[in-house]
Design a protein around this ligand. Structure first.
Ligand code: 5GP
Ligand code: ZN
Length: 108
């Protein structure tokens, strides 16, 4: 946990969010500034700065997040219309929160 990280604060319950999923390893909540009708963020509980900081031991949580993203898409009714799973890596790619997250975007 990093005290100045907004996603760590959300995970700890120190900042509010509309959660759609949570377990011991990761959480999912609605983006505060959605860029599509559905815009959910999946975030590991561990503070990992970006894909660049991933290690082999993170493999299980990352695959579980992708499988859960599929379930959340189904739950929110966007499986058939289509959705994107996006990870921005680094400032040049538009990453503004340096706590790794997967964007689940769809509902057009
Ligand atoms: P990035 O550009 O780093 O890949 O994506 C960060 C995302 O986090 C942005 O789409 C932004 O709208 C979202 N975000 C930033 N701060 C908050 C917050 O406090 N709550 C929620 N729910 N989303 C946030
Ligand atoms: Zn964090």
């Amino acid at each position: 946990m990093k005290s100045d990280c907004i996603f760590c604060k959300i995970i700890k319950g120190e900042s509010p969010a509309k959660f759609v999923y949570r377990d011991m390893d990761f959480v999912a909540f609605h983006n505060i500034k959605p860029s599509a009708p559905v815009h959910v963020l999946l975030v590991p509980v561990e503070h990992i700065e970006s894909v660049n900081a991933l290690e082999e031991r993170h493999g299980a949580v990352i695959s579980k997040m992708i499988i859960r993203a599929k379930e959340i898409a189904k739950q929110l009714g966007i499986s058939d219309s289509g959705y994107k799973l996006v990870i921005n890596v680094g400032r040049g790619a538009g990453q503004i929160v340096f706590h790794l997250h997967i964007h689940l975007i769809g509902g057009w």
